[in-house]
Design a protein around this ligand. Structure first.
Ligand code: CAA
Length: 379
């Protein structure tokens, strides 16, 4: 359960989300774009560097606070939630954790201020759930590397200044020989090939990136040489808590709308909230939301206290994203025909929920991670 301090933080995030983000959510979805003014406001509030220590210009908060931020912003607008989450979890975190002092001093202050948006380039056309087979190659050119390949499904790829890129430094067909690099997207040969048109989170840019002999100095290797697969998977462990929080925010938004609607919509002479069919839906939605919240809090607390959290992050993401899909479906059902219409927000929540079961590891991958951890615990 959240202590007083976190309740206050959540309240602050909630006020920001309700006043600054929620009024824009419909247009963000409709126009497939988050306004620059909103990104600037989120940066001014410290959300682009929420757990970057103050010495590097960040807000110096912890992962629990970050989870609360993603939940609240996603409740208002899932696109804005994932903009923050991909930047913080997938770009800031690996630089903060694996970066050299010089790398941290060079990149983190600009990432915290919002001047630099970050993205994470792991997936490829032929390497999604199985990233150990990625083909992007980094050729050693003496004092630098030349990176060539194609990266898919890159959240924030359309606007990022900094990319954490995973590339092979030794030719092999498995996870060994992969190195992580910090790449400045203004480098020659770094090209946004296309922006995806998507079912949901339409305001978030999802890009295919083409790297054509992109020159990267050797000092931009992130973490140990050829230990990039660990950098990538540990980054995703934390990212998965953020996606769980995003799913929770989406689910809450749909739940609250459906609950209110049920008290106002009259059929058979009474509000439909008098019908047990609706009451049971509300009860199950509420319970799944509470269970998601507790799993996210548990994973966040383990991460903050530097205990292992890979399994718990996978459990939080698996449960919260499947719950969000179910809850948004039930919210539409509660609203009936109105739920299917773009005049009501629940159809957006339904479209936005689906991606949570896919990105940063599908539900099937989360089950693999959880089962592997369970068997390991008895071996
Ligand atoms: N943290 C650090 N290291 C880890 C790890 C973790 N969580 N899990 C495994 N490893 C290490 C292992 O210890 C092993 O190391 P050694 O070689 O030294 O022994 C190595 O990684 C390989 O381990 P596995 O054999 O278990 O790896 P695998 O290839 O079988 O993969 C997997 C395991 C869980 C399926 C993993 O591949 C996975 O998580 N796949 C999903 C990838 C994913 O989430 N993709 C989404 C991309 S990001 C995105 O969505 C884009 C965006 O912008 C949002």
């Amino acid at each position: 359960m959240l202590n007083e301090n976190y309740i206050e933080i959540k309240d602050m995030m909630c006020k920001f989300a309700d006043s600054e983000v929620a009024p824009l959510a419909h247009d963000i979805d409709h126009n497939s774009k988050i306004p620059d003014s909103l990104k600037a406001k989120m940066a001014e509030n410290g959300f682009m560097g929420i757990y970057i220590p103050e010495e590097y210009g960040g807000a110096g908060m912890d992962y629990m606070s970050y989870s609360l931020l993603i939940e609240e912003v996603s409740r208002a607008c899932a696109s804005s939630g994932v903009f923050l989450s991909a930047h913080n979890s997938l770009a800031v975190w690996p630089i903060l954790t694996y970066g050299t002092e010089d790398q941290k001093k060079k990149y983190l202050p600009k990432m915290a201020s919002g001047e630099y948006v970050g993205c994470f380039c792991l997936s490829e056309p032929n390497a999604g759930s199985d990233p150990g087979t990625l083909a992007t190659f980094a050729e050693d050119k003496g004092d630098h590397y030349e990176l060539s390949g194609t990266k898919n499904w890159i959240t924030n790829g359309g606007e990022a200044s900094i990319a954490v890129v995973l590339a092979r430094t030794t030719k092999s067909d498995n996870h060994k020989g992969i190195t992580a690099f910090i790449v400045e997207t203004k480098s020659e040969g770094f090209k946004v090939q296309k922006l995806e048109e998507k079912l949901g989170i339409k305001g978030s840019s999802t890009a295919q990136i083409h790297l054509d002999k992109v020159k990267v100095p050797k000092e931009n290797i992130l973490g140990e040489f050829e230990k990039g697969f660990k950098v990538a998977l540990s980054t995703l462990d934390g990212g998965r808590i953020g996606i769980a929080a995003q799913a929770l925010g989406i689910a809450e938004a749909a739940f609250r709308y459906a609950r209110q609607y049920a008290t106002e919509r009259v059929q058979f002479g009474n509000p439909i909230s008098h019908l047990q069919a609706i009451q049971f839906k509300i009860a199950d939605m509420s319970t799944k939301i509470e269970a998601s919240r507790l799993l996210i809090e548990k994973a966040s607390e383990l991460k903050d206290t530097k205990k292992p959290y890979s399994k718990e992050a996978a459990q939080a993401k698996l449960f919260a994203s499947e719950a969000a899909m179910w809850i948004t479906t039930q919210a539409i059902q509660t609203l009936g025909g109105n739920g299917y219409s773009k005049e009501y927000p629940v159809e957006r929540h339904f479209r936005d929920a689906k991606i949570c079961e896919i990105y940063e590891g599908t539900s099937e991958i989360q089950r693999i991670v959880i089962a592997a951890s369970e068997f390991k615990s008895i071996s």
